[in-house]
Design a protein around this ligand. Sequence first.
Ligand code: AHM
Ligand code: MG
Length: 339
Amino acid sequence: MPTPRQTTLTRFLIEQQRRSEETCPPELRLLIETVARACKAVNQAISKGALGDVLGSLGSENVQGEVQKKLDVIANDLLLDANEWGGHLAAMASEEMETIHRIPNRFPRGEYLLLFDPIDGSSNVDVDLSVGTIFSVLRAPEDCAGREVTEADFLQPGRAQVAAGYAIYGPQTLLVLTVGDGVYEFTLDREIGSWRLTDGPMRIPSGNREFAINMARRRQWSPGIARYIEERILGTEGPLGEDYNMRWTASMVADIHRILKRGGVFLYPGDHRETGKAKLRLLYEANPMSFLIEQAGGASIDGAEPIMDVAPIGLHQRVGVVLGDAEEVALVAEYGRTG
Ligand code: AHM
Ligand code: MG
């Protein structure tokens, strides 16, 4: 038997397929390998930094009105190019594209839909902090085979995901993955260029007294969120009688990875008092992260309901996000109900 560290992503996925063709059919396995390969190329591009002329903005805006970084576009193209010819996909969608990307007619069409955020936390790229790529895989509706894929085909709840994960480009380059049978972490062995299993099945440790929230948005919080955070800030002088720590990286991948490894809770609430707007996107940020968090024993809500039960109405729809330690998330939900 190989030790976990000798287990490559390829071997892990083949063994997963042998254990259960239902969770990991060959087509899905090959699709995940292709995404993972594209993430290696993104990693290469990011790590060149100023030497590769990849830093800074392009001067363009994406569909959400956000300034695009050069790397947002480079990574988006790398993921599109790597995934369009393999025959596993019917279409793709991304944070950086207004509408879906159909597989060109010159390539065979497969049965899956891929959604991604090519560089999550891209404001951090220029200052050399961790960023990542988030992805989610859905099955295309059965009747897709005989017609053009549409945006509506992507509007499936998070529970319908068949795989999800992220790559994190930090001190180490990692791939964290679920096919609905636990969460596993792979570290990129830079010398031989392969992903090796380094953790899993991952479980969120309970009871960590750390929360992650952007405090500058405090004026926008609902009474429930304000109460939850206020109690933690009061620490030993408040009803909890314990001190808490705050961590905020402005890279969701980095905050979620910390929570998977050592626990705690992440909040990006969607309760702006005037606009009711959230920031994070449901289909390619909140849903894949929620799938991973639930698979690791945690919970994930939009403030009240499980995120993966939300019925999507738009490709770039935003949603409030509270996820991590299941007990903490339950408390946020309770304070949301009672104020
Ligand atoms: P992005 O996908 O455009 O980078 O935006 C998402 C990021 C998340 O990674 C992070 O949690 C959040 O935006 C940070 O937002 P803020 O700048 O409000 O702290
Ligand atoms: Mg993002």
